[in-house]
Design a protein around this ligand. Structure first.
Ligand SMILES: [Zn+2]
Length: 489
């Protein structure tokens, strides 16, 4: 491996400390330095020595979820599943152990760290942070036992976390959207590093959660294979670049604070072994999926950050369809809109023309294109779902969440349920009811007024729709579609 330059910023000058150094650009070579040979790291001035790091064979990760994830009416088990799925690669390769602390209060965190049989290497925080300008102090938002809010200031947090063998704290915003995501790097991260935690990763801007997830997944993986903190962060920035489509600068959002970026958390591991195990695992998973109808979800405007977890669950609850997130650069002109009175609409027929070859190109049986612009077709405006007629060759469905996501506040109406109903409708592939015909709680109800209850409430196929599933094969598809409807009860 080529030698990389470790650039460490240590400053008590506010202006210097707050600059986004990760964006440094080399105009001669037209490249961002952070994606090439420079590892950017920040440090703080402190008299307290960093805790010693001795590399270990297996990383122990404590995941602290300090605010409800907004996953609707998920049981604790289900929420645990969603979170653990983010660490699957590490767990499959037996490179990490993951423990979860849900509904975390400061007391619960303290007791867990105090009583741990073996020290945790990584503390992974999912929740919100806040920086108060007037106090010059950062806070993490925890829950209190009554389910309310407990704002924990960074120096108390430091007392709970420091000197317990934790080598890395990762501060990750969750997707509930309430409260600020930003400002983790101000106050909290610095305080922890100053208190002796060897490394802290924080987001310097509100980051789309899909990028934050891509970053931490790859960061942990590289650390587990024995890469240094600085090198692992650089590899993770590269991973963010190919994991998402769209905004190209998300890789710069996570900031690494470290005393010594050349340190390793884990003993070097031969990656090849793990990649082989992983390939075998993926092959067997793929074999199990081979007979299924493949449905791709393109989250074109990235409105639903945890779509991968949702797809995983939808695939698990039945045996006929598989769901996956797909991502590709939008062809030129995809988002061209047509002005109609004071609203600009994406026109379904036009979008269909642009994307109709995509399902085949991607090897999918069906593709769902999810947009957040208002959608219209030749006949109707403000459509939620298109096409309005089932056709044999129809492999592409277009869905517009315009104006809807704000209404999905749970527990009654949730994004998860909306996606489960959509999956059931796309899977079943029937023609929606005629306007005004049939019960409003059928997923094929022509929901002209876009009532949220007919999108994300509790739905079931009406008798007329059920009758359209014919024969043994039809019955199997109906059962699967019903299982999809019930995926988030
Ligand atoms: Zn119906």
């Amino acid at each position: 491996m080529n030698q990389r330059l470790n650039l460490i910023f240590t400053s008590d000058n506010d202006w210097l400390a707050q600059q986004a150094w990760e964006f440094l650009y080399d105009p001669d070579r037209r490249t961002f330095l952070a994606l090439e040979e420079v590892n950017f790291t920040r440090n703080v001035l402190t008299a307290i020595p960093a805790e010693r790091i001795l590399p270990r064979a297996v990383m122990r990760i404590l995941v602290v979820v300090a605010q409800p994830l907004g996953l609707g009416a998920l049981s604790v088990d289900e929420e645990t599943d969603v979170i653990r799925s983010g660490f699957r690669r590490l767990l499959d390769a037996k490179l990490a152990e993951v423990e979860l602390l849900l509904d975390a209060t400061p007391e619960l965190l303290h007791r867990t760290l105090e009583a741990a049989s073996a020290p945790f290497d990584i503390l992974h925080f999912i929740g919100h942070g806040e920086y108060r300008e007037n106090e010059d102090c950062g806070y993490l938002i925890f829950e209190n036992p009554e389910g309310g809010v407990h704002e924990l200031d960074s120096s108390t947090l430091r007392q709970i976390v420091c000197r317990r063998g934790i080598r890395l704290v990762c501060l990750n915003a969750c997707e509930t959207g309430s409260g600020g995501h930003e400002d983790f790097s101000r106050g909290v991260a610095q305080t922890l590093v100053a208190g002796g935690v060897p490394a802290v990763v924080a987001n310097q801007y509100a980051v789309l959660d899909v990028s934050a997830t891509a970053f931490t997944r790859h960061f942990y993986w590289a650390l587990a294979l024995g890469q240094s903190i600085g090198d692992a962060a650089r590899e993770a920035r590269v991973a963010v670049n190919y994991s998402i489509s769209g905004e190209a600068i998300d890789w710069a959002v996570p900031v690494v604070f470290a005393r010594n970026p050349t340190q390793q958390l884990s003993l070097p591991q031969p990656a090849a072994d793990y990649e082989r195990t992983r390939t075998a695992l993926m092959r067997s998973r793929r074999r199990a999926m081979q007979d299924r109808t493949r449905i791709g979800m393109w989250n074109a405007h990235r409105m639903i950050p945890h779509l991968p977890e949702i797809c995983e669950r939808l695939t698990r609850v039945q045996r006929v369809y598989s769901f996956e997130v797909v991502s590709f650069p939008a062809p030129i002109g995809t988002w061209r809109r047509e002005q109609d009175k004071d609203q600009a609409f994406v026109v379904a027929e036009t979008l269909y023309e642009r994307l109709k070859n995509k399902p085949k190109e991607l090897g999918l049986d069906r593709l769902v294109c999810m947009i957040n612009f208002p959608l219209k077709s030749g006949k109707s405006k403000y459509l939620y779902y298109w096409p309005l007629k089932a056709g044999k060759g129809d492999r592409l469905a277009i869905v517009s969440t315009f104006d809807l996501l704000e209404q999905l506040t749970g527990p009654e109406f949730t994004v998860e349920r909306m996606m489960a109903h959509l999956a059931a409708a796309v899977a079943a592939g029937l023609t929606p009811h005629h306007p005004g015909v049939g019960p409003a709680d059928c997923p094929y109800f022509y929901n002209k007024d876009r009532h949220i209850s007919s999108i994300a409430g509790r739905l079931r196929f009406c008798a007329a729709c059920r009758r359209q599933f014919k024969g043994k094969d039809g019955q199997a598809r109906l059962r699967a579609a019903q299982q999809l409807l019930a995926a988030y009860p």
